[in-house]
Design a protein around this ligand. Structure first.
Ligand code: M6R
Length: 365
């Protein structure tokens, strides 16, 4: 059932344009308006919530980092985010004015489920983003926003992440529009941008060969740093997790502006740095961060939108993604990082679909 691919992970990477299309289209009517189909989020309810709490583990948590950014930006409501294993033991401030969003591909992650129960006991409304229909998280939530990724078999999560992002964009847009804080033009601009993602993603996937060549240069490394600002910092964490879990390379992600507060001490001649610079708004700032590591001898792989060629001057290699609005870049920028992790793990002879010490769903504490 790998349909000609060597591994489920690669097959699932390639299924992302379809997963994104399905997740989006099942929630949009012909006029581009979001259909909630039974999910209860009326204007009165939305006005009553004074906080959103996003809780998840691993890759789903990384999707949540993007969710926090877009919900705060579009729905103008504070969003807290935590990993489930911390949230559940912390006596978090949650009450009946909290909208609690649990994110889980499997819907069976024990810590996420326990966090959800904790939030429910405190009176929060539970909305979950889940891939597996009828799973425990889905059953115990007030409402479920399903991802339409199809079954994800590889331990390393790929299409679950991008489809979770689509759900979060739709939730953020719906909340903002319903509350009256997102204008028509902005709403439709986002919808158009989201609709264009599957085709743009096919363009990214078409660069596989070029990414493989970069992997050939890098696969013997034992240490990698991922850096980025804004949404790119969230995607850096995901790129770093992907690489470490399947290739066993010691990989570390950090918000680029934090480098100089300690981590830059580790950058020396030939240290590998993967620098995400997809945010137009933060591009110049990122170029200075790249310069900082370059000045200490780092070997830099840059990732930018295709019009931001200036990055070539500061980087040893560059991977481009198609032009799009800053807010939706994670849907595109994560994919070269997934491919890079896959190719590096393959060149290292790792068991990609079943990495050591890991299970597809973590149902133990
Ligand atoms: O099924 P879930 O989305 O709840 O799983 C959460 C994490 O265990 C999962 O994303 C894990 O981090 C993956 N191995 C990442 O690739």
């Amino acid at each position: 059932e790998k349909e000609g691919y060597d591994h489920f992970m690669l097959k699932e990477i390639h299924e992302q344009p379809k997963g994104i299309y399905e997740t989006l289209n099942r929630r949009l009517d012909d006029n581009g308006m979001i259909k909630l189909d039974g999910i209860s989020l009326t204007k009165e309810e939305l006005d009553r919530f004074n906080k959103v709490y996003i809780v998840a583990c691993g890759t789903a948590y990384h999707a949540g980092l993007v969710g926090k950014f877009v919900i705060e930006k579009l729905a103008k409501i504070p969003v807290e985010i935590d990993v489930a294993s911390e949230f559940r033991y912390r006596d978090p401030f949650v009450d009946d004015k909290t909208l609690f969003i649990a994110i889980s591909q499997s819907g069976e992650t024990l810590d996420t489920l326990a966090a959800l129960r904790e939030a429910k006991n405190k009176g929060a409304r539970i909305l979950s983003i889940v891939n597996v229909v009828g799973s425990s998280v889905a059953r115990e939530s007030d409402d479920v926003f399903y991802t339409w990724a199809g079954p994800e078999i590889a331990v390393a999560s790929t299409k679950a992440y991008t489809t979770q992002l689509v759900c979060l964009y739709l939730i953020a847009l719906y909340m903002g529009y319903t509350k009256g804080v997102v204008e028509d033009a902005t709403y439709h601009k986002y919808i158009e941008e989201l609709k264009a993602v599957p085709d743009k993603l096919r363009e990214v996937l078409a660069q596989e060969e070029q990414i493989r060549n970069i992997a050939k240069e890098l696969y013997k490394r034992e240490q990698v740093f991922f850096i980025g600002r804004g949404l790119d910092s969230g995607v850096s964490y995901e790129g770093s997790l992907k690489l470490k879990e399947i290739s066993y390379i010691n990989s570390f992600a950090i918000a680029a502006g934090e480098l100089k507060h300690g981590t830059i001490a580790l950058i020396e001649q030939d240290t590998l740095v993967i620098a995400l610079a997809t945010q137009d708004r933060l591009f110049e700032k990122m170029l200075s961060n790249i310069q900082e590591v370059k000045a200490r001898g780092a070997y830099v792989i840059g990732l930018a939108k295709e019009n931001n060629r200036e990055i070539e001057k500061q980087s040893n290699r560059v991977i481009y993604i198609p032009e799009c609005m800053d807010e939706i870049t994670p849907l595109l920028s994560v994919v070269p990082l997934q491919i890079l992790a896959y190719d590096i793990a393959k060149l290292r002879g790792c068991d990609i679909d079943k990495p050591k010490n890991l299970a597809k769903s973590v149902t133990v504490e």
